[in-house]
Write a protein that binds this ligand. Sequence first.
Ligand code: MEV
Length: 435
Amino acid sequence: MSHTSRIPGFYKLPVEARRRAVAEASDLDLVELARTVGHGGLDVATADKTVENVLGTYALPLAVGLNVRMNRRDYLVPMVVEEPSVVAAASNAARMIREGGGFEVTWDEPVMIAQVQFWDVPDAALAAARVWGARAELLRLADRATPSLVERGGGARDVEVRDLGEGLLVVHVLVDVRDAMGANLVNTVAEALAPTLAALTGGRTGLRILSNLCDRRCVRVSARVPAAALATEDTAGELVRDGVVLASRFAERDPYRAATHNKGIMNGVDAVVLATGNDWRAVEAGAHAWAARSGRYAPLAVWRRGDDGDLHGELALPLALGVVGGTLRVHPGARLALRLLAVDSAQELAGVAASVGLASNLAALRALSTCGIQKGHMALHARSVAQAAGAHGPEVEEVAQVLHTRGEVTMDAARRALAALRGARSRVAECFAAK
Ligand code: MEV
Protein backbone atom coordinates (compact mmCIF):
# COMPACT_ATOMS: atom_id res chain seq x y z
CA MET A 1 0.00 0.00 0.00
CA SER A 2 1.32 3.48 -0.85
CA HIS A 3 1.45 6.10 1.93
CA THR A 4 2.19 9.78 1.79
CA SER A 5 5.72 10.98 2.44
CA ARG A 6 4.54 14.49 3.36
CA ILE A 7 4.40 14.86 7.13
CA PRO A 8 4.36 18.62 7.82
CA GLY A 9 5.99 19.69 11.11
CA PHE A 10 7.70 16.28 11.48
CA TYR A 11 11.03 17.82 12.47
CA LYS A 12 9.45 19.68 15.38
CA LEU A 13 8.13 16.49 17.03
CA PRO A 14 10.00 14.70 19.82
CA VAL A 15 11.55 11.38 18.80
CA GLU A 16 8.72 9.28 20.32
CA ALA A 17 6.09 11.21 18.39
CA ARG A 18 8.11 10.92 15.18
CA ARG A 19 8.19 7.14 15.59
CA ARG A 20 4.43 7.16 16.06
CA ALA A 21 3.92 9.35 12.97
CA VAL A 22 6.12 7.04 10.88
CA ALA A 23 4.35 3.91 12.13
CA GLU A 24 1.01 5.52 11.24
CA ALA A 25 2.26 6.58 7.80
CA SER A 26 3.71 3.12 7.02
CA ASP A 27 3.00 -0.55 7.64
CA LEU A 28 5.50 -0.72 10.53
CA ASP A 29 4.49 -1.72 14.03
CA LEU A 30 5.33 1.03 16.55
CA VAL A 31 6.54 -1.35 19.27
CA GLU A 32 8.82 -3.20 16.86
CA LEU A 33 10.06 0.07 15.38
CA ALA A 34 10.94 1.51 18.79
CA ARG A 35 12.56 -1.75 19.94
CA THR A 36 14.68 -2.16 16.81
CA VAL A 37 15.93 1.38 16.27
CA GLY A 38 16.19 2.19 19.98
CA HIS A 39 19.43 0.20 20.25
CA GLY A 40 21.00 1.03 16.92
CA GLY A 41 19.37 -1.92 15.17
CA LEU A 42 22.13 -4.43 15.99
CA ASP A 43 22.99 -6.31 19.18
CA VAL A 44 26.54 -7.16 20.22
CA ALA A 45 26.09 -10.94 19.91
CA THR A 46 25.01 -10.52 16.28
CA ALA A 47 27.78 -8.02 15.60
CA ASP A 48 30.25 -10.57 16.96
CA LYS A 49 29.11 -13.05 14.31
CA THR A 50 29.29 -10.44 11.56
CA VAL A 51 32.95 -9.29 11.63
CA GLU A 52 36.09 -10.15 13.57
CA ASN A 53 37.54 -8.82 16.85
CA VAL A 54 34.26 -7.17 17.87
CA LEU A 55 34.18 -4.96 20.99
CA GLY A 56 30.65 -3.62 20.60
CA THR A 57 28.50 -1.73 18.16
CA TYR A 58 28.76 1.85 16.91
CA ALA A 59 25.59 3.83 16.32
CA LEU A 60 24.78 6.62 13.88
CA PRO A 61 21.56 8.62 13.62
CA LEU A 62 18.75 6.92 11.69
CA ALA A 63 16.42 9.57 10.26
CA VAL A 64 13.60 9.74 7.72
CA GLY A 65 13.81 11.66 4.47
CA LEU A 66 10.41 13.12 3.62
CA ASN A 67 8.52 14.36 0.55
CA VAL A 68 10.08 11.84 -1.84
CA ARG A 69 7.81 10.97 -4.73
CA MET A 70 9.29 8.73 -7.41
CA ASN A 71 7.49 7.44 -10.51
CA ARG A 72 4.19 8.62 -8.97
CA ARG A 73 4.70 6.76 -5.67
CA ASP A 74 5.58 8.17 -2.26
CA TYR A 75 8.42 6.83 -0.11
CA LEU A 76 9.42 7.42 3.51
CA VAL A 77 13.16 7.14 3.11
CA PRO A 78 15.41 5.78 5.89
CA MET A 79 18.70 7.68 6.01
CA VAL A 80 21.73 6.96 8.19
CA VAL A 81 24.17 9.85 8.30
CA GLU A 82 26.22 11.77 10.85
CA GLU A 83 26.36 15.11 8.99
CA PRO A 84 23.89 17.79 10.10
CA SER A 85 21.59 19.24 7.43
CA VAL A 86 21.76 16.30 4.99
CA VAL A 87 18.31 14.90 5.88
CA ALA A 88 16.64 18.30 6.20
CA ALA A 89 18.18 19.57 2.96
CA ALA A 90 17.21 16.47 0.96
CA SER A 91 13.65 16.55 2.34
CA ASN A 92 13.33 20.23 1.54
CA ALA A 93 14.59 19.82 -2.03
CA ALA A 94 12.39 16.73 -2.51
CA ARG A 95 9.41 18.95 -1.60
CA MET A 96 10.37 21.40 -4.37
CA ILE A 97 10.84 18.56 -6.87
CA ARG A 98 7.46 17.19 -5.79
CA GLU A 99 5.91 20.44 -6.96
CA GLY A 100 7.15 19.55 -10.45
CA GLY A 101 5.62 16.05 -10.23
CA GLY A 102 8.40 14.21 -8.38
CA PHE A 103 11.37 12.18 -9.56
CA GLU A 104 11.16 10.24 -12.84
CA VAL A 105 13.46 7.23 -12.69
CA THR A 106 14.52 4.48 -15.06
CA TRP A 107 16.95 1.66 -14.32
CA ASP A 108 18.90 -1.05 -16.08
CA GLU A 109 18.55 -4.75 -15.42
CA PRO A 110 20.67 -5.67 -12.34
CA VAL A 111 23.64 -6.93 -14.32
CA MET A 112 27.05 -7.16 -12.63
CA ILE A 113 30.42 -7.90 -14.18
CA ALA A 114 32.71 -10.77 -13.10
CA GLN A 115 36.30 -10.17 -14.18
CA VAL A 116 38.71 -13.04 -14.81
CA GLN A 117 42.23 -11.92 -15.60
CA PHE A 118 44.81 -13.87 -17.62
CA TRP A 119 48.43 -13.06 -18.22
CA ASP A 120 51.09 -14.49 -20.51
CA VAL A 121 48.34 -15.04 -23.11
CA PRO A 122 50.26 -16.11 -26.25
CA ASP A 123 47.72 -14.88 -28.82
CA ALA A 124 45.01 -12.49 -27.62
CA ALA A 125 42.96 -12.57 -30.84
CA LEU A 126 42.92 -16.39 -30.89
CA ALA A 127 42.03 -16.48 -27.16
CA ALA A 128 39.13 -14.06 -27.73
CA ALA A 129 37.83 -16.14 -30.63
CA ARG A 130 37.96 -19.30 -28.53
CA VAL A 131 36.15 -17.69 -25.62
CA TRP A 132 33.50 -16.42 -28.00
CA GLY A 133 33.15 -19.88 -29.54
CA ALA A 134 32.55 -21.34 -26.07
CA ARG A 135 30.09 -18.62 -25.02
CA ALA A 136 27.03 -20.89 -24.61
CA GLU A 137 29.01 -23.48 -22.63
CA LEU A 138 30.51 -20.76 -20.40
CA LEU A 139 27.09 -19.33 -19.61
CA ARG A 140 25.83 -22.82 -18.76
CA LEU A 141 28.82 -23.39 -16.45
CA ALA A 142 28.20 -20.05 -14.73
CA ASP A 143 24.54 -20.88 -14.15
CA ARG A 144 25.46 -24.28 -12.75
CA ALA A 145 27.61 -22.49 -10.14
CA THR A 146 24.67 -20.31 -8.98
CA PRO A 147 21.53 -22.49 -9.16
CA SER A 148 19.49 -20.50 -6.63
CA LEU A 149 20.08 -17.31 -8.63
CA VAL A 150 18.81 -19.05 -11.76
CA GLU A 151 15.73 -20.17 -9.82
CA ARG A 152 15.08 -16.52 -8.92
CA GLY A 153 15.17 -15.53 -12.61
CA GLY A 154 18.78 -14.34 -12.75
CA GLY A 155 21.90 -15.89 -14.20
CA ALA A 156 24.75 -15.39 -16.65
CA ARG A 157 23.82 -13.28 -19.67
CA ASP A 158 26.94 -12.74 -21.76
CA VAL A 159 30.72 -12.86 -21.99
CA GLU A 160 33.09 -10.17 -23.22
CA VAL A 161 36.81 -10.29 -23.87
CA ARG A 162 39.09 -7.28 -23.41
CA ASP A 163 42.68 -7.26 -24.63
CA LEU A 164 44.66 -5.05 -22.23
CA GLY A 165 47.91 -5.48 -24.17
CA GLU A 166 51.25 -7.09 -23.29
CA GLY A 167 49.69 -10.54 -22.96
CA LEU A 168 47.05 -9.37 -20.47
CA LEU A 169 43.51 -10.44 -21.26
CA VAL A 170 40.41 -10.02 -19.16
CA VAL A 171 37.17 -11.92 -19.62
CA HIS A 172 33.96 -10.30 -18.36
CA VAL A 173 31.02 -12.49 -17.49
CA LEU A 174 27.81 -10.47 -17.23
CA VAL A 175 25.51 -11.83 -14.55
CA ASP A 176 21.96 -10.73 -13.77
CA VAL A 177 21.93 -10.86 -9.96
CA ARG A 178 18.24 -9.90 -9.53
CA ASP A 179 17.59 -8.48 -6.02
CA ALA A 180 21.04 -9.17 -4.56
CA MET A 181 23.93 -6.72 -4.47
CA GLY A 182 25.63 -9.62 -6.20
CA ALA A 183 29.27 -9.51 -5.10
CA ASN A 184 29.28 -13.10 -3.78
CA LEU A 185 27.37 -14.46 -6.75
CA VAL A 186 29.66 -12.78 -9.25
CA ASN A 187 32.82 -13.83 -7.41
CA THR A 188 31.52 -17.42 -7.40
CA VAL A 189 31.01 -17.23 -11.17
CA ALA A 190 34.48 -15.76 -11.71
CA GLU A 191 36.12 -18.56 -9.74
CA ALA A 192 33.98 -21.29 -11.31
CA LEU A 193 34.80 -20.25 -14.88
CA ALA A 194 38.50 -19.52 -14.40
CA PRO A 195 39.88 -23.06 -15.14
CA THR A 196 37.85 -23.41 -18.35
CA LEU A 197 38.78 -19.89 -19.44
CA ALA A 198 42.47 -20.57 -18.68
CA ALA A 199 42.35 -23.59 -21.01
CA LEU A 200 40.64 -21.51 -23.72
CA THR A 201 42.99 -18.51 -23.50
CA GLY A 202 46.21 -20.45 -22.94
CA GLY A 203 47.10 -17.84 -20.31
CA ARG A 204 47.89 -17.97 -16.62
CA THR A 205 45.02 -17.18 -14.29
CA GLY A 206 45.17 -13.91 -12.37
CA LEU A 207 42.39 -12.20 -10.42
CA ARG A 208 38.81 -13.51 -10.27
CA ILE A 209 36.57 -10.84 -8.82
CA LEU A 210 33.63 -8.54 -9.59
CA SER A 211 34.12 -5.06 -11.02
CA ASN A 212 32.72 -2.25 -8.88
CA LEU A 213 32.36 -0.19 -12.04
CA CYS A 214 28.96 -1.82 -12.59
CA ASP A 215 28.08 0.31 -15.60
CA ARG A 216 25.45 -2.21 -16.81
CA ARG A 217 23.47 -1.47 -13.67
CA CYS A 218 22.82 2.28 -13.92
CA VAL A 219 19.96 4.37 -12.59
CA ARG A 220 18.80 7.58 -14.29
CA VAL A 221 16.80 10.23 -12.47
CA SER A 222 15.23 13.35 -13.90
CA ALA A 223 13.37 16.10 -12.09
CA ARG A 224 11.64 19.36 -12.97
CA VAL A 225 11.39 22.12 -10.41
CA PRO A 226 9.02 25.02 -11.04
CA ALA A 227 11.14 28.19 -10.82
CA ALA A 228 8.79 29.69 -8.20
CA ALA A 229 9.37 26.71 -5.87
CA LEU A 230 13.07 27.60 -5.68
CA ALA A 231 12.60 31.08 -4.21
CA THR A 232 14.34 31.84 -0.93
CA GLU A 233 13.48 34.52 1.65
CA ASP A 234 15.30 37.14 -0.36
CA THR A 235 15.97 35.68 -3.82
CA ALA A 236 13.36 35.20 -6.57
CA GLY A 237 12.92 31.66 -7.93
CA GLU A 238 14.18 32.60 -11.42
CA LEU A 239 17.44 33.92 -9.98
CA VAL A 240 17.92 30.80 -7.88
CA ARG A 241 17.27 28.64 -10.97
CA ASP A 242 19.94 30.53 -12.93
CA GLY A 243 22.34 30.23 -9.99
CA VAL A 244 21.86 26.45 -9.88
CA VAL A 245 22.49 26.21 -13.64
CA LEU A 246 25.69 28.24 -13.28
CA ALA A 247 26.80 26.02 -10.40
CA SER A 248 26.19 22.98 -12.62
CA ARG A 249 28.29 24.49 -15.43
CA PHE A 250 31.09 25.13 -12.93
CA ALA A 251 31.12 21.41 -12.02
CA GLU A 252 30.96 20.43 -15.71
CA ARG A 253 34.10 22.47 -16.44
CA ASP A 254 36.16 21.89 -13.32
CA PRO A 255 37.02 18.51 -11.74
CA TYR A 256 37.89 20.27 -8.46
CA ARG A 257 34.32 21.51 -8.24
CA ALA A 258 32.87 18.27 -9.71
CA ALA A 259 34.35 16.29 -6.79
CA THR A 260 32.52 18.49 -4.26
CA HIS A 261 29.34 18.55 -6.36
CA ASN A 262 29.40 14.74 -6.40
CA LYS A 263 30.15 14.59 -2.68
CA GLY A 264 26.89 16.49 -2.15
CA ILE A 265 25.06 13.89 -4.26
CA MET A 266 26.65 11.02 -2.34
CA ASN A 267 25.52 12.62 0.94
CA GLY A 268 22.01 11.54 -0.01
CA VAL A 269 22.83 8.32 -1.85
CA ASP A 270 25.12 6.93 0.87
CA ALA A 271 22.67 7.72 3.67
CA VAL A 272 20.08 5.46 2.00
CA VAL A 273 22.69 2.84 1.09
CA LEU A 274 23.89 2.69 4.69
CA ALA A 275 20.40 2.63 6.22
CA THR A 276 19.44 -0.34 4.05
CA GLY A 277 22.52 -2.39 4.96
CA ASN A 278 24.24 -1.99 1.62
CA ASP A 279 27.93 -1.68 0.76
CA TRP A 280 28.59 2.06 0.51
CA ARG A 281 32.28 1.58 -0.38
CA ALA A 282 31.22 -0.36 -3.47
CA VAL A 283 28.73 2.37 -4.35
CA GLU A 284 31.34 5.12 -3.88
CA ALA A 285 33.93 3.25 -5.98
CA GLY A 286 31.43 2.71 -8.79
CA ALA A 287 30.07 6.27 -8.73
CA HIS A 288 33.47 7.96 -8.99
CA ALA A 289 34.81 5.55 -11.61
CA TRP A 290 31.66 6.27 -13.63
CA ALA A 291 32.13 10.02 -13.14
CA ALA A 292 35.60 9.69 -14.68
CA ARG A 293 34.58 7.36 -17.53
CA SER A 294 35.29 9.92 -20.28
CA GLY A 295 38.84 10.36 -19.00
CA ARG A 296 37.86 13.60 -17.28
CA TYR A 297 36.15 13.58 -13.88
CA ALA A 298 32.62 14.97 -14.37
CA PRO A 299 29.51 15.73 -12.30
CA LEU A 300 27.04 12.87 -11.86
CA ALA A 301 24.15 15.35 -12.09
CA VAL A 302 23.61 18.40 -14.29
CA TRP A 303 20.99 21.16 -14.20
CA ARG A 304 19.54 23.26 -17.03
CA ARG A 305 16.88 25.89 -17.54
CA GLY A 306 14.13 24.28 -19.65
CA ASP A 307 12.12 25.98 -22.42
CA ASP A 308 9.28 26.08 -19.90
CA GLY A 309 11.38 28.37 -17.65
CA ASP A 310 11.66 25.66 -15.00
CA LEU A 311 14.78 24.02 -13.64
CA HIS A 312 15.54 20.53 -15.02
CA GLY A 313 17.99 18.13 -13.40
CA GLU A 314 19.40 14.81 -14.60
CA LEU A 315 21.45 12.32 -12.61
CA ALA A 316 22.93 8.99 -13.73
CA LEU A 317 25.13 6.61 -11.81
CA PRO A 318 25.76 2.88 -11.41
CA LEU A 319 24.23 1.47 -8.23
CA ALA A 320 24.78 -2.06 -6.98
CA LEU A 321 22.27 -2.42 -4.15
CA GLY A 322 20.56 -5.46 -2.73
CA VAL A 323 17.29 -6.09 -0.94
CA VAL A 324 18.17 -9.71 -0.10
CA GLY A 325 21.24 -11.41 1.37
CA GLY A 326 24.41 -9.75 2.64
CA THR A 327 24.09 -7.54 5.73
CA LEU A 328 20.30 -7.82 5.57
CA ARG A 329 20.53 -11.40 6.82
CA VAL A 330 22.05 -10.22 10.10
CA HIS A 331 21.05 -6.59 10.68
CA PRO A 332 17.51 -6.11 12.05
CA GLY A 333 17.84 -2.31 11.74
CA ALA A 334 18.60 -2.54 8.03
CA ARG A 335 15.72 -4.98 7.50
CA LEU A 336 13.35 -2.61 9.27
CA ALA A 337 14.62 0.33 7.19
CA LEU A 338 13.86 -1.63 4.03
CA ARG A 339 10.37 -2.43 5.26
CA LEU A 340 9.80 1.27 5.91
CA LEU A 341 10.86 2.04 2.37
CA ALA A 342 8.61 -0.74 1.06
CA VAL A 343 10.38 -1.25 -2.26
CA ASP A 344 9.66 -4.31 -4.40
CA SER A 345 13.11 -4.73 -5.94
CA ALA A 346 16.77 -3.78 -5.69
CA GLN A 347 16.31 -1.58 -8.75
CA GLU A 348 13.51 0.35 -7.07
CA LEU A 349 15.76 0.84 -4.02
CA ALA A 350 18.50 2.16 -6.32
CA GLY A 351 15.94 4.54 -7.84
CA VAL A 352 15.07 5.96 -4.42
CA ALA A 353 18.74 6.30 -3.40
CA ALA A 354 19.56 8.12 -6.63
CA SER A 355 16.52 10.40 -6.23
CA VAL A 356 17.67 11.39 -2.75
CA GLY A 357 21.11 12.03 -4.28
CA LEU A 358 19.62 14.43 -6.82
CA ALA A 359 17.60 16.16 -4.09
CA SER A 360 20.76 16.57 -1.97
CA ASN A 361 22.54 18.07 -4.95
CA LEU A 362 19.74 20.55 -5.61
CA ALA A 363 19.64 21.58 -1.95
CA ALA A 364 23.40 22.21 -1.91
CA LEU A 365 23.47 24.17 -5.19
CA ARG A 366 20.45 26.25 -4.18
CA ALA A 367 22.04 27.18 -0.86
CA LEU A 368 25.51 27.75 -2.35
CA SER A 369 24.21 30.01 -5.11
CA THR A 370 22.18 32.12 -2.65
CA CYS A 371 22.97 32.61 1.04
CA GLY A 372 25.70 29.92 1.27
CA ILE A 373 25.48 26.72 3.30
CA GLN A 374 26.81 28.01 6.59
CA LYS A 375 23.52 29.62 7.58
CA GLY A 376 21.64 26.31 7.51
CA HIS A 377 24.56 24.39 8.99
CA MET A 378 24.87 26.88 11.84
CA ALA A 379 21.28 26.31 12.99
CA LEU A 380 21.99 22.58 13.39
CA HIS A 381 25.50 23.13 14.64
CA ALA A 382 24.03 25.36 17.36
CA ARG A 383 21.97 22.39 18.60
CA SER A 384 24.99 20.11 18.88
CA VAL A 385 26.99 22.84 20.63
CA ALA A 386 24.08 23.35 23.06
CA GLN A 387 24.04 19.62 23.78
CA ALA A 388 27.82 19.52 24.24
CA ALA A 389 27.48 22.39 26.73
CA GLY A 390 25.13 20.25 28.82
CA ALA A 391 21.65 21.27 27.63
CA HIS A 392 19.00 18.52 27.94
CA GLY A 393 15.55 18.01 26.39
CA PRO A 394 13.80 21.29 25.52
CA GLU A 395 16.84 23.26 26.74
CA VAL A 396 18.71 22.20 23.58
CA GLU A 397 16.32 24.07 21.30
CA GLU A 398 16.16 27.11 23.59
CA VAL A 399 19.94 27.45 23.92
CA ALA A 400 20.42 26.83 20.18
CA GLN A 401 17.91 29.57 19.45
CA VAL A 402 19.86 32.03 21.61
CA LEU A 403 23.16 31.12 19.90
CA HIS A 404 21.61 31.37 16.48
CA THR A 405 19.98 34.75 17.16
CA ARG A 406 23.22 36.17 18.59
CA GLY A 407 25.23 34.70 15.72
CA GLU A 408 27.72 33.33 18.25
CA VAL A 409 27.84 29.52 18.06
CA THR A 410 30.57 28.66 20.57
CA MET A 411 30.81 26.44 23.66
CA ASP A 412 31.39 29.48 25.79
CA ALA A 413 28.27 31.25 24.55
CA ALA A 414 26.29 28.01 24.95
CA ARG A 415 27.38 27.60 28.58
CA ARG A 416 26.44 31.20 29.33
CA ALA A 417 23.06 30.85 27.61
CA LEU A 418 22.37 27.60 29.48
CA ALA A 419 23.31 29.12 32.83
CA ALA A 420 21.07 32.13 32.11
CA LEU A 421 18.19 29.87 31.11
CA ARG A 422 18.51 27.68 34.21
CA GLY A 423 18.93 30.77 36.41
CA ALA A 424 15.75 32.30 35.01
CA ARG A 425 13.91 28.99 35.54
CA SER A 426 14.95 28.65 39.17
CA ARG A 427 13.95 32.27 39.87
CA VAL A 428 10.48 31.54 38.44
CA ALA A 429 10.29 28.36 40.54
CA GLU A 430 11.30 30.29 43.69
CA CYS A 431 8.64 32.88 42.95
CA PHE A 432 5.94 30.18 42.77
CA ALA A 433 7.28 28.49 45.91
CA ALA A 434 7.13 31.79 47.83
CA LYS A 435 3.46 32.38 46.92
C1 MEV B 1 28.75 19.14 2.05
O1 MEV B 1 28.63 17.92 2.71
C2 MEV B 1 28.32 19.01 0.60
C3 MEV B 1 28.49 20.27 -0.26
O2 MEV B 1 29.85 20.70 -0.21
C4 MEV B 1 28.09 19.89 -1.66
C5 MEV B 1 28.37 20.95 -2.71
O3 MEV B 1 29.27 21.79 -2.53
O4 MEV B 1 27.69 20.88 -3.75
C6 MEV B 1 27.65 21.40 0.27
